[in-house]
Write a protein that binds this ligand. Structure first.
Ligand code: MF3
Ligand code: CO
Ligand code: CO
Length: 256
């Protein structure tokens, strides 16, 4: 394992990339409504990233991924492929995951959108999953360890009787999309890699309404779903460990 510690100049570039990724999520919100297809959302984001931002959508052609963003609806856990045939309807929940490359550095962030009128149980899953992300962020400071982040996420998710996905995790990020270390969303306090200033990584918990177990589509090789086909939610931020805590590089205006 090789963790790249970023210099202040590199963190500045990560900040710029993170801000652009956050802006894409801010831009797409008004387009997420009943009747729109995930393929259309992909095209709008692609145009914004390439045309307005002068950035690169990192997922496009990444290990063969065919689109510019990931759109994961309802029981899709992550890595959903946008398509013109997938039309959003009232009551759906959707994760939109944006990763951009700017000046050689990646910014990676996702959020959940409620389409039309979502049911209370769906809203609750979405809310608790976001709380897990922010509990993880609060545990991200020098001297703490990765296991401290995983632990608070696991505690909060399981206290709410949700299944915490283990097959996918957060990751170091920088010039690479997925760098070391792996950031697990479960774990024991005081274990794992010690956090140091200059580390940049994502935290991106996935919580399932039912079983934590997932299935990978053998048809497209990407789409991950819950085994029991119950709902799943995910939120993601890219953060940098600083001397006195951490900075969320992909924070949106609505979160300030
Ligand atoms: N953005 C995802 C993550 O959070 C990775 C997507 S890989 C892709 O790590 F190929 F599906 F785009
Ligand atoms: Co990520
Ligand atoms: Co992502």
């Amino acid at each position: 394992m090789e963790i790249h510690l970023k210099s202040p100049a590199e963190i500045d570039k990560m900040r710029a990339a993170g801000r652009l990724a956050a802006k894409v999520l801010e831009m797409i919100g008004e387009h997420v409504r009943p009747g729109v297809s995930t393929g259309e959302l992909d095209r709008i984001c692609h145009r914004h990233i390439v045309g307005e931002q002068g950035a690169i959508p990192a997922p496009l052609n990444y290990k063969g991924f065919p689109k510019s963003i990931c759109t994961s609806v309802n029981h899709v856990v992550c890595h959903g492929i946008p398509s013109d045939g997938k039309i959003l309807k009232s009551g759906d929940i959707i994760n939109i995951d944006i990763t951009v490359i700017k000046d050689g550095y990646h910014g990676d962030t996702s959020k959940m959108f409620l389409v039309g009128k979502a049911k209370e149980h769906a809203r609750r899953l979405v809310r608790v999953t976001r709380e897990c992300l922010f509990k993880g962020i609060e545990a991200a400071r020098p001297g703490n360890r990765l296991g401290d982040i995983g632990h608070v996420i696991q505690q909060h998710g399981e206290a709410n009787h949700y299944g915490i996905v283990r097959e996918y995790c957060g990751h170091g990020i920088g010039r690479g999309f997925h760098e070391d270390p792996q950031v697990l969303h479960y774990g024991a306090p005081g274990t794992g890699v010690e956090l140091r200033p200059g580390m940049t990584f994502t935290i991106e918990p996935m919580l399932n309404a039912g079983t934590r177990h997932t299935r990978l589509s053998s048809k497209d090789g990407w789409t991950v779903t819950t085994r029991d086909r119950r709902l799943s939610a995910q939120w993601e931020h890219t953060i940098a460990i600083l001397d006195d805590g951490c900075e969320v590089l992909t924070l949106r205006d609505e979160e300030r």
